[in-house]
Design a protein around this ligand. Structure first.
Ligand SMILES: *Cc1c(COP(=O)(O)O)cnc(C)c1O
Length: 355
């Protein structure tokens, strides 16, 4: 049976990317060697990193003066690497969910880290809007897409101080004005590559301003100077990322991705709103295009396990909601075809007819 992969992360990748990665595992560039058994400094591998960096810059339209880094440690390591490199006295955070809370918690170990706004009061089902970004902080941190709670900030904020964003789960899903950000980071396993790779886009001139000693492995400047090769980078995930970036480019780039993501999200949200059995959990104006969260209408609460089973039998994978929201979550990353969303909608309609 055809599987429809709605996993939140690690998650669906384009089939072509998986096939090309498999090919490189067997025989990389007709070298007679697997990509798993060559040096990251081999002359065949440097062009992989160079092309991946170039495509990052091209697809996201990254201005001059920024570096693109491929690191390990996940987005979670960035929660501490960001304050390590940027927090001298004080930083400000918006708390929009589990990941934002963790980022804020880490920053508190490096100086004063203040929460300027939070949506915790209603289980993070909206993005706070009426707050002022303090002018006296070293940076302001946001999480653009809240993977667990299904809310997303779809515009690039104007910030009077350096703006730092965790874009783990919506990078490459819409055009972004990178010039408004000082630093963008994310784990690659949501919309770009298999787990093991972290990307960082950093404006060079914000670095070198803190007085603390930074261990080499955590120092962005050292990684920039070494072209992401200060130590052994995650070679295989970088290769897969390159294939995803090539796929993005040959499929119309991010403008086209955004169009498709809007269409996929509309298809599913329209059904959630129409179907008497289900209700969406996120505030209408903050609904994520990447992680679509919904629960049973309270009148039909007892049907939750039945629907889970019904959908699983029809090939839906990974639609169980995160335990902090409950219900269901369908992740609709770039690689998920609209046919899979339609299959889930059909499932919801069939299930409604039975009740
Ligand atoms: C998944 C996720 C993380 C954590 O990423 P790791 O790579 O596992 O550390 C952080 N932020 C957001 C928004 C996420 O979706």
């Amino acid at each position: 049976m055809k599987k429809h992969n709605f996993n939140a992360g690690p998650s669906i990748l384009p089939r072509e990317v998986i096939e090309k990665t498999a090919q490189a595992v067997l025989d990389f560039n007709n070298s007679g060697l697997s990509i798993l058994e060559i040096s990251h400094r081999a002359k065949d591998f440097q062009p992989v990193v160079d092309e991946a960096v170039a495509l990052f810059k091209e697809l996201l339209n990254i201005p001059e003066g920024y570096s693109v880094l491929f690191l390990g440690g996940g987005a979670s390591l960035q929660f501490c690497m960001v304050p390590f490199n940027l927090l001298e006295k004080k930083a400000a955070y918006v708390n929009t969910g589990t990941w934002a809370s963790k980022a804020l918690k880490e920053a508190k170990g490096f100086g004063e880290a203040i929460e300027v706004a939070s949506s915790k009061d209603s289980n993070f089902n909206y993005i706070p809007k009426n707050y002022v970004i303090p002018a006296d902080v070293d940076y302001f941190h946001i999480t653009t897409n809240n993977t667990i709670f299904g809310t997303e900030l779809l515009k690039d904020l104007d910030s009077p101080v350096p703006l730092v964003a965790d874009m783990s789960s919506d990078i490459f899903s819409r055009p972004v004005d990178v010039s408004k950000y000082a630093l963008i980071y994310g784990g690659a396993q949501k919309n770009l590559a298999p787990a093991g790779l972290t990307f960082v886009i950093v404006k060079n001139d914000i670095l070198g301003k803190v007085s603390r000693h930074i261990p080499s492995m955590l120092d962005y400047k050292i990684h920039i100077e070494n072209g992401s090769m200060f130590n052994t980078p995650p070679v295989l995930p970088i290769y897969s990322a390159l294939e995803t970036l090539r796929w993005l480019k040959s499929n119309g780039g991010i403008v086209e991705m955004e169009k498709q993501n809007i269409a996929k999200a509309k298809l599913l949200y329209d059904e959630i709103d129409r179907n008497k059995l289900f209700v969406g959990t996120a505030a209408l104006e903050d609904r994520s295009r990447m992680n679509i969260c919904f629960v049973m209408n309270p009148e039909y609460a007892e049907l939750e396990a039945d629907f889970q089973k019904f959908a699983t039998e029809r090939g839906m994978v990974g639609i169980k909601g995160h335990r902090s929201v409950g219900g269901f979550r369908a992740s609709t990353y770039n690689a998920l075809p609209i046919e899979s969303v339609q299959a889930l909608v059909d499932c919801m309609q069939e299930f409604e007819k039975l009740h």
